[in-house]
Design a protein around this ligand. Structure first.
Ligand code: PLP
Length: 428
């Protein structure tokens, strides 16, 4: 047996050794056998490397990286980032509770989102979070009231909509005028003036987040320029701003995308920042997908093959409830066998799940050599997969395993069916 390894481009820590797929030192077929399928598996080293690239890019600057929890909110993943000194970008009181349960530092938490409730504001103020990213003028007034009720001042940043095109999928583009997010560029100065009058608020920053799965540096540079124009105007009005938060959104390689590396992107952005005389400023960023997306895979077993006249279907035990991105965004995820070199004939398959919806597909027109009982890995499954999962069709959520070297830690037990209906009640 040869021990030569074959890496998979864009997927750090994932490689074939002989014909078996490994994540770090763990053979994935062993994990599938031990924990069952469908199964999410994450690489600690891949997540640490992704964070380290941002840390390198921001080295020597006053900065705070805040992992966007919604990309993957598993407690052990949050815990790993917290141990590396990372902060967190949350969008709900539930995410706040998760971050605290995972040992995150409240002072490094920022709270984004267009629909924060009073109860969530109260909860976040009581926890002592670092910053509220306020998304509307109405929210500003409510936050002021809640802070005064608690006898405190809420640290705030106003999320501006810089009206730049992130050139990404319409569902994940957030920085254009037609989006529900942030405050229009033209309204920003007035909104800061209003905030400065409210005694329950303390202005500390400005932020934007222009979209997700961005694969070019240009939209970031445009957004930075637009935000710096505003910072200059706000400061000229006598309102001090300490930090600039440029949000998240950096893309990953799902197929043949070539996003800039995090450190290279930040070098370009910091050069622009310096050139415009803002080099001293504290920088916040909110990366989600780019920290976890290519650190995770979803393992699934082939149940049945159903060749047909128009389409050949390969039915697997993972479905749209486990992995909703293909159905939601027609997203592409590479699908590879856990054991390469099958003797089956290569054919073109649609990889579909058991859920009773035609939208329940995971991959279309894939050339694979498969037989029932084979195991497949759906790649790039670390971000917005498990976190967007549901129990539709009363399917239990998969187990999750975190690989660290040759250690495999169960970080989420496979859900029990009774767990799914625990909150339901029969009629008397
Ligand atoms: C979703 C989101 C992020 C993270 O986006 P990614 O594309 O996963 O990096 C950051 N900030 C805000 C406000 C978000 O809504």
């Amino acid at each position: 047996m040869t021990m030569s390894t074959r890496p998979l481009p864009g997927h750090p820590q994932l490689h074939y050794r002989a014909n078996d797929l490994y994540l770090e030192g763990a053979r994935l077929s062993d994990l599938a056998q031990r924990f069952g399928t469908p199964l999410y598996v994450y690489s600690q080293a891949a997540m640490q490397q992704a964070l380290a690239a941002y840390q390198r890019g921001l080295q020597g600057r006053r900065s705070q990286i805040c992992y966007a929890v919604k990309a993957n909110s598993s407690l052990a993943i949050l815990q790993g980032f917290a141990r590396q000194g990372c902060g967190f970008d949350i969008v709900s009181g539930g995410e706040l509770q998760r971050v605290l349960a995972a040992g995150g530092d409240p002072a490094k938490i920022i709270f984004s989102g267009v629909g924060k409730t009073r109860a969530e504001m109260h909860q976040a103020l009581a926890a002592g979070i670092g910053c509220f990213n306020v998304e509307s003028e109405a929210e500003l007034e409510v936050l002021n009231t809640v802070a005064l009720e608690l006898g405190t001042r809420a640290p705030i940043s106003i999320r501006v909509n810089p009206n730049v095109d992130a050139k990404t999928h319409p569902y994940i583009s957030t920085g254009l005028k037609g989006n529900k997010f942030g405050i229009a560029h033209e309204r920003t100065l007035d909104t800061y003036r209003r905030a400065a009058q409210l005694p329950g608020l303390k202005i500390i920053g400005i932020d934007c987040h222009i979209g997700s799965q961005i694969t070019e540096a240009a939209p970031y540079l445009d957004a930075l320029d637009r935000v710096l124009d505003l910072v200059d105007a706000i400061q000229a009005a006598g309102i001090a701003i300490d930090h600039i938060d440029l949000g998240g959104g950096l893309g990953i390689m799902y197929d043949d995308e070539t996003p800039p590396a995090a450190d290279a992107l930040w070098q370009a952005l910091l050069t622009r920042l310096d050139a415009r005389g803002h080099g001293q400023r504290k920088i916040l960023i909110e990366p989600g997908r780019s920290l976890v997306g290519n650190a995770g895979v979803c393992l699934t077993e082939v149940l049945y093959l159903k060749p047909g006249e128009q389409k050949n279907f390969c039915i697997v035990d993972a479905a749209m409830n486990d992995l909703p991105r293909p159905m939601m965004y027609e997203a592409y995820h590479a699908i590879v066998p856990l054991h390469a070199g099958s003797s089956a004939q290569q054919q073109t398959w649609d990889i579909v799940g058991p859920v009773c919806e035609s939208g329940d597909w995971i991959g279309r027109d894939r050339t694979l050599a498969v037989t029932p009982g084979d195991l497949l890995a759906v790649l790039s499954a670390g971000a917005y997969c498990s976190a967007m999962g549901s129990t539709y069709n009363t399917r239990a959520r998969p187990a999750e395993v975190l690989v660290d070297g040759d250690q495999a830690h169960l970080i989420r037990e496979r859900e029990d069916i009774a767990d799914i209906y625990r909150c339901e009640r029969l009629l008397p």
